[in-house]
Design a protein around this ligand. Structure first.
Ligand code: ADP
Ligand code: MG
Length: 686
C-alpha cells in the first residue's frame, strides 16, 4: 500500500474538521504533508543563564518561579502579571500582559524552560510574554528550530507540527530518493530522507542549509530536465517534416509586403527557414520586444508551410488578438488562394463544427485560433507548423499537450515579448532554440512616458482631447482592482459612463472588456481600427498584441497596481508608427518602491532593463511567475534567492545531456518528464 497516499486523517488529532482545513492548504495525504515546507523558522538557542542575558535578545532559560505572582488588574480584560524567576546565577522578572491564568499554571520546585525577549522595564531587566514549558534537558538544552507553516484560520502551528512530526515517523522508510545518485555525488547533495527531516525540524543551522539546498536543487533539476525532455521528444530523436517550396514564390511574396523587412527580421526569417528544411521538427522561440514586428515573420513561416503543402495554425492568447491576426493574414495573403479560418470560442457551434470538418479534410490551409484549437476533437489533415503568439501566456504545458497528442510532429514556433534575464531564460526556454528580433522598424520614436498624480487627471483629459484634435487616438486603461474578473469590468463600465457624460462628452468614446461577446469586441476593435473611436476605454484585454498604428496615447489609471511587465506590454500598444507616442501613468505613489517602479517606466523603453528592475524590486514571483509560463509552481525554490543553485543545476543538466550512458540519460529525462507533466489534466486558461 502506498503510505504517501494515505489520508491525513490517519494521524492522531486530525479529524474530518481539521482535514477540511488542511485541504485548504492543498494537503490531503501524508505525502502532501511531507511536502508542505515551512515558510520560516523560530530559532531557540540552548539554555543560557540569567547572568548572561543581554538586552533585546531572545533567551532560553531554565528557571524556577519564586514567591507569589503579582497581578495588577487594569480594567475588564486587561491585566499585568509579574512573577520572579531564578536560576543559580540570579533572578529575573517575567511579565505577561492579559494572561492572568498563568498565575495558576506554574508550581514551585519545578524547573521550567522559559523563552522570550529580554527587555528593560521599570529599571530592571525582564522577559516579556515568555513561552513556558516544563524543562526537559533532552529537548531544551540544545539549539532548536521550530518550523513555521502557512496556516488557515482554525489551524495552529502546533496542529501542523504535530501532523508533520507524526507523518515523518510513519513515512520514514518511504521517502524515496529519486535524484540520480551520480548527480547527488557530483554536487555533494545530502540524502532525501535527511533533507526532508531537516527541512521540517532542523538539527542545526547547517543541517537546514544543506537540506534546503538539496531540495531546491532537486526541484529545479527535474524542471530543467523535463524541459530538455520536451526538446528531445520534439526534436532530435523524432522525425520531422522536411518542407520544400519554391523560393521564387516566397521572394515574390516578401517583395510585395507593405514594407521592407528589417535586418533583424531577415535574420530571424532565415533561421526559421533553415529549420523548416531539416527533417527534425523546429522548436524555436522568436523573442522580440513589443512592436519589433514578430507577426510578419510568423506570416512568412505560415506561407512557407502552405507552399510546402502543409496546414499551419497560429494560436493567440485572446480572442481580440486572434481576430486581429486573422485580419492581418487575410490582408497580407490576399490573392494567393489560401484558405484562412478563424477558430475561437466566440463563434457559433454550428460554424465551429463546419470549420473543424474542413480542417480535418484539409480544406483549410491556415487556422488562426485561441486555445479552442487544442481541444481534442480538432484534427488536422496535414499539420506542418504550429505557431503560438505571446508565448508567455501559453506556456510550456501547451507544448507538452501537443506533444502528448503523439500523432503529429509539426514544426513549432513560439513568439514572445516578455523579457527575461539570460540566466532564467534557460529554465523557461531551455527546450527551445532562440531567435532574437533586436531591432525596431525604422522611424520609431521611443514612447514619451509621464507619471502624474491623480490630482492632475483633468489635465490628462485635456491632453487626450488635444491628441484627438490632431487626429490621433487614445487607449484609456482602467484600474485593475483585484484578481477577480468582475471588478475591472465594472470599473471600466463606470469610467466609460462618467466620461461620456462628463469630462470627455465631446469625444467619441468606446468601451471594451473581457465580458463582452466576441462580435461586440470585434465591432469595437474595428471601429477603433477605422478611426471611428477617439478614446477606447478598456480593461487589460488589450494588453497583448493589439496593433492600431494611429493610436498614439496610452493612459493608464492606477498604474501602481500593475506589474512592470504589464505596463511595458500596455505601453507597447502605442508607438507603432513614426508619429511621436505618449504614455501617461496616473498613480498616487505611497512608498519608495512604487515611486521607483514609475520612475523606471519613465526612464526607459527597454524591456530588458525593466525586467531587471522588476526582479530587483519584487523578486521573480509576479514578473517571471512560473505560472505564467505554464509550469507547476515551485514548492521551495525561489529564483532570485536561489540563483546560485540554479546555475549549479544548469551545469548538472548539461552534464547529464552529454552523458555517454544514454540509457541513464533517457531514464532521467523520462522520470523528469513524468514528474513535471504527468498530471497535466485540463489546461486552464485565463
Ligand atoms: P510585435 O512584435 O509586437 O508583435 P507587430 O508584428 O504587431 O509587433 O508589428 C508592429 C507594427 O510594425 C505593425 O503595424 C507592423 O505592420 C509594423 N511593421 C512590422 N515590421 C515592419 C517593418 N519591417 N517596417 C515597417 N513596419 C513594420
Ligand atoms: Mg505581437
Amino acid at each position: 500500500m502506498d503510505l504517501l497516499a494515505e489520508s491525513v486523517q490517519t494521524i492522531k488529532g486530525i479529524g474530518p474538521k481539521k482535514a477540511k482545513l488542511l485541504a485548504q492548504l492543498g494537503i490531503y495525504t501524508l505525502g502532501d504533508a511531507l511536502y508542505l515546507f515551512p515558510r520560516d523558522y523560530e530559532k531557540y538557542g540552548s539554555v543560557t543563564s540569567i547572568a548572561s542575558m543581554q538586552r533585546n535578545q531572545k533567551v532560553s532559560l531554565c528557571v524556577k518561579f519564586q514567591g507569589k505572582p503579582q497581578i495588577i488588574r487594569k480594567g475588564k480584560n486587561k491585566s499585568i502579571l509579574r512573577w520572579q524567576a531564578k536560576d543559580n546565577t540570579g533572578t529575573v522578572v517575567c511579565v505577561w500582559f492579559n494572561q492572568p491564568y498563568r498565575a495558576n499554571q506554574y508550581k514551585e520546585d519545578i524547573s521550567y524552560y522559559v523563552y522570550g525577549k529580554a527587555v528593560m522595564g521599570y529599571g530592571q531587566i525582564q522577559i516579556q510574554n515568555p513561552q513556558v514549558e516544563e524543562y526537559r534537558p533532552e529537548i531544551h538544552n540544545k539549539e532548536r528550530w521550530d518550523p513555521i507553516y502557512p496556516l488557515v484560520e482554525g489551524l495552529t502551528q502546533s496542529d501542523l507540527r504535530n501532523l508533520i512530526k507524526e507523518t515523518l515517523k510513519i513515512l520514514e522508510d518511504n521517502i524515496i530518493d529519486d535524484l540520480p545518485i551520480i548527480v547527488r555525488q557530483k554536487f555533494a547533495l545530502c540524502e532525501k530522507k535527511y533533507a526532508i527531516n531537516n527541512i521540517h525540524f532542523p538539527m542545526h543551522d547547517k543541517a537546514l542549509e544543506w537540506s534546503r539546498r538539496r531540495l531546491v536543487f532537486e526541484e529545479l533539476f527535474f524542471m530543467q530536465m523535463a524541459l530538455y525532455a520536451i526538446k528531445e521528444n520534439l526534436g532530435a530523436s523524432k522525425k520531422g517534416l522536411r518542407f520544400s517550396w519554391s523560393n521564387k514564390e516566397l521572394e515574390n511574396f516578401i517583395k510585395k509586403l507593405p514594407f521592407p523587412l528589417t535586418g533583424a527580421q531577415k535574420r530571424v526569417t532565415k533561421e526559421i527557414l533553415d529549420d523548416l528544411k531539416k527533417d527534425v521538427p523546429m522548436n524555436r522561440l522568436v523573442y522580440g520586444d513589443v512592436g519589433s514586428g514578430k507577426t510578419v515573420v510568423a506570416v512568412i513561416a505560415l506561407y512557407v508551410a502552405f507552399l510546402a503543402g502543409y496546414q499551419g495554425v497560429m494560436m493567440a492568447p485572446t480572442e481580440i488578438l486572434a481576430r486581429q491576426h486573422y485580419k492581418t493574414l487575410k490582408e497580407l495573403l490576399d490573392g494567393l488562394k489560401i484558405n484562412i479560418s478563424l477558430l475561437i470560442g466566440g463563434i457559433g457551434n454550428k460554424e465551429k463544427e463546419q470549420i473543424k470538418a474542413k480542417i480535418s479534410k484539409g480544406e483549410i490551409d491556415i487556422v488562426i485560433a485561441t486555445h479552442a484549437v487544442l481541444q481534442e476533437d480538432v484534427e488536422f489533415n496535414k499539420l506542418g507548423l504550429v505557431i503560438t503568439d505571446e508565448q508567455h501566456r501559453f506556456g510550456v504545458r501547451q507544448r507538452a499537450t501537443i506533444l502528448q497528442k503523439g500523432k503529429i510532429n509539426p514544426h513549432m514556433l513560439v513568439m514572445s515579448a516578455t523579457p527575461i534575464p539570460r540566466t532564467l531564460a534557460l529554465i523557461f526556454y531551455g527546450d527551445l532554440d532562440i531567435s532574437l528580433i533586436d531591432e525596431l522598424p525604422p522611424g520609431r520614436k521611443p514612447v514619451k512616458t509621464y507619471h502624474v498624480p491623480s490630482s492632475m487627471r483633468q489635465r490628462v483629459y485635456g491632453f487626450i482631447r488635444k491628441q484627438a484634435e490632431l487626429g490621433y487616438q487614445t487607449y484609456l486603461v482602467c484600474p485593475l482592482i483585484e484578481e477577480s474578473e468582475k471588478i475591472p469590468v465594472q470599473s471600466a463600465v463606470e469610467l466609460y459612463d462618467s466620461l461620456k457624460d462628463g469630462a470627455l462628452f465631446d469625444l467619441r468614446l468606446g468601451l471594451i472588456h473581457g465580458k463582452m461577446k466576441g462580435e461586440e469586441k470585434d465591432e469595437i476593435m474595428s471601429e477603433f481600427q477605422e478611426g471611428e473611436i477617439d478614446v477606447l476605454i478598456s480593461t487589460t484585454v488589450i494588453e497583448v498584441g493589439v496593433n492600431v498604428a494611429n493610436a498614439n496615447l496610452m493612459v493608464i489609471e492606477n498604474a501602481e497596481r500593475f506589474g512592470l511587465a504589464q505596463l511595458h506590454q500596455l505601453r507597447g500598444r502605442v508607438g507603432r508608427s513614426d508619429s511621436q507616442a505618449y504614455c501617461v501613468l496616473i498613480a498616487d505613489v505611497k512608498n519608495r518602491i512604487a515611486r521607483e517602479r514609475m520612475n523606471i517606466m519613465v526612464k526607459t523603453n527597454n524591456g530588458f532593463e525593466i525586467a531587471h528592475k522588476d526582479l530587483e524590486l519584487r523578486g521573480p514571483g509576479e514578473f517571471l511567475g512560473v505560472k505564467q509560463h505554464g509550469l507547476p509552481e515551485f514548492k521551495i525554490a525561489n529564483l532570485i534567492r536561489d540563483m546560485d543553485i540554479l546555475k549549479e543545476v544548469q551545469a548538472a543538466a548539461q552534464w547529464i545531456m552529454k552523458l555517454d550512458d544514454t540509457m541513464e540519460k533517457q531514464r532521467i529525462l523520462d522520470k523528469a518528464y513524468t514528474k513535471i507533466f504527468s498530471n497535466l489534466g485540463e489546461i486552464v486558461f485565463n
